[in-house]
Design a protein around this ligand. Structure first.
Ligand SMILES: NC(=O)C1=CN([C@@H]2O[C@H](COP(=O)(O)OP(=O)(O)OC[C@H]3O[C@@H](n4cnc5c(N)ncnc54)[C@H](O)[C@@H]3O)[C@@H](O)[C@H]2O)C=CC1
Ligand SMILES: O=C(O)[C@@H]1CCC=N1
Length: 259
């Protein structure tokens, strides 16, 4: 009997999607994971009871391909040979043309906050994928966060912003906490202040409808502490560092697609 959804690759992204879908209430019996690495299979089996954990692809109505970019085309072929009806690839850079299987392919770029239901995923249809395939992909992914539809040509830039984005935010979290310690606070307190500030600021940004410049102005009293701190961030080139980081990640995504 074929499974509803097979995840191929139970690594960091595959597990974020798996954990997020289960937390959102998807029944474990509908899900399977194909993972080549035995210790990972053992860990997943223990952590996610009810989910079928296998070594190689099995027949599935739909498949999420979450192996490394250079293994995606082979994994796709193996899934189609096993009876997959449609594929959703989350690999950075690899185009749907390069995957080029006999079944429809949707390409997506999710991010790891999917694990806590707060991901954002952009999806794009390959040439043989229909609106119904995009609806299917959106249905799978909306359980773990916001889903947006883009042109496939935009996915490298999406990767630079939101696929890799959590790593930039975690770096900011580390730096803000380290700065608190430098200013004399105990680590645990600095972590609480830094992490909750990131969470609260993100919620305010998304929920208030105000733009970041407006919200930043509301924190910045004339001649006050924030203006003094912001001047140092600008002096350190933080804005330009973000521009360069996203451009470098976008370019790297394109390179992965050419490899
Ligand atoms: N980690 C992230 O934040 C994101 C990753 N991605 C994409 O997700 C994919 C996976 O990335 P990660 O999870 O970070 O890598 P990872 O290395 O943590 O996971 C890959 C997993 O696939 C397994 N694997 C390799 N070949 C396989 C095969 N033929 N069949 C079954 N399992 C196989 C590996 O043993 C490993 O557990 C990549 O293509 C990446 O571009 C996309 C968005 C975000
Ligand atoms: O670093 C990477 O290549 C993957 C794709 C986006 C996030 N992680």
């Amino acid at each position: 009997m074929s499974v509803r959804l097979l995840l191929v690759g139970g690594g960091r992204m595959g597990e974020a999607l798996l954990g997020g879908m289960l937390a959102a209430g998807r029944p474990p019996e509908e899900l399977a994971v194909a993972e080549v690495y035995a210790p990972t299979r053992a860990r997943l089996a223990e952590q996610y009871p009810g989910v079928r954990i296998v070594e190689a692809p099995i027949a599935a109505e739909g498949v999420v391909l979450a192996t490394k970019p250079d293994g995606i085309a082979d994994a796709a072929e193996a899934c189609v040979a096993a009876g997959a009806q449609r594929l959703l690839s989350v690999a950075a850079g690899v185009t749907t043309d390069a995957i080029g299987t006999a079944v429809p392919v949707v390409r997506a770029m999710p991010n790891t906050p999917a694990l806590v239901g707060a991901g954002v995923t952009a999806i794009a249809a390959g040439s043989s994928a229909t609106e119904a395939d995009l609806d299917w992909a959106e249905d799978v992914l909306k359980a773990v966060g916001v889903v947006v539809r883009v042109k496939e040509s935009q996915l490298d830039a999406v990767t630079g912003v939101s696929g890799s984005g959590p790593a930039y935010v975690f770096l900011v979290a580390e730096a803000l906490s380290d700065a608190g310690v430098l200013a004399g606070l105990p680590r645990e307190l600095a972590n609480t202040l830094a992490f909750q500030t990131l969470l609260g600021s993100s919620q305010l940004l998304v929920q208030s409808g105000d733009g970041p410049a407006e919200l930043r102005a509301a924190v910045t009293s004339p001649g006050g502490t924030t203006a003094a701190g912001t001047r140092e961030l600008e002096r350190g080139g933080v804005r330009s560092a973000f521009l360069e980081a996203v451009m470098a990640a976008t370019e790297r995504s394109k390179e992965l697609g050419r490899a």
